[in-house]
Design a protein around this ligand. Structure first.
Ligand SMILES: [Zn+2]
Length: 264
């Protein structure tokens, strides 16, 4: 949270400086008469900064801004994930500028914010399928991606997350064990991204399922005793080799196709 505020400081300070120097020059022109009303001048100096701080971006990812309230929602989902131990999330949306009123468009043009767009929260999603596009946006919004939590792992993209992310503008992940949020944006073309990553998705499902099976056997002495121990040891050894290869390949695909931004 501190970093997000710090990253906004130069913009905030810059805008404040314009306001103060403007008022100082006005004050010189009007002379001593206005000195009596210096209290109201101070109030005038404060008001724009309060307004600005409400409008200022919390965290910028490419041409999108993650406002404070969205980051708070993301953190809340991490808290809930710790309790429920399942993936949770929501769709990430932006306002469709074609549906804005003329008045809103004028404001956008004035502050140049038509290039940088505020992310809005879409519908919530629950369950492991959350990493797939299940969240939806309002009718006057455009779907740009998803946020979802990982109950047990890093805020890093699985192959499935990457395949989903190939067709999105932004994919954000919150990690319950590490209490961190990270957003990913594609740096290759959508077709190149899918072409490179898609072929590894089935292999990921196979290896994660294998890991799940081994863990369920190792969960209790009863299931271990019932198992062919020699075969189990061989399976574990093979799994360790396979999972190391899988992660190496996953990191390679991630670095080649996505940029990452730490949110908190
Ligand atoms: Zn995921």
């Amino acid at each position: 949270m501190k970093n997000m505020t710090d990253s906004n400081m130069p913009l905030n300070d810059g805008n404040m400086a314009v306001g103060v120097s403007q008022q100082n020059s006005d004050r010189l022109k009007l002379g001593t008469v206005l000195l009596a009303s210096s209290a109201s001048l101070r109030l005038a100096q404060q008001t724009p900064s309060v307004m600005l701080s409400k409008m200022l971006p919390s965290k910028q990812v490419n041409s999108f801004i993650l406002p404070d309230d969205i980051i708070k929602n993301m953190k809340d989902k991490i808290k809930e994930t710790k309790k429920l131990k399942i993936e949770l999330g929501f769709a990430l949306c932006i306002q469709n500028s074609k549906m804005l009123s003329d008045k809103d468009n004028q404001i956008n043009q004035k502050d140049n914010s038509q290039i940088i767009k505020d992310i809005k929260k879409g519908t919530d999603c629950v369950g492991t399928k959350c990493s797939i596009k299940v969240g939806k946006c309002e009718e006057d919004q455009i779907y740009i991606g998803n946020y979802h939590t990982h109950p047990r792992s890093h805020p890093s993209m699985s192959i499935t997350d990457m395949v989903t992310g190939c067709s999105e503008d932004i994919e954000c992940i919150g990690s319950a064990p590490f209490n961190t949020i990270r957003c990913f944006t594609r740096k290759t073309s959508e077709s190149q991204c899918i072409e490179e990553i898609g072929p590894f998705e089935a292999e990921e499902h196979r290896i994660l399922e294998k890991g799940g099976n081994i863990r369920s056997i190792l969960k209790s002495p009863k299931t271990i005793v019932k198992t062919d121990i020699i075969k189990l040891l061989k399976d574990i050894s093979q799994y360790e080799t396979d999972i190391a290869k899988y992660h190496k390949n996953r990191f390679k695909l991630l670095n080649e196709n996505f940029n990452r931004t730490d949110i908190s």
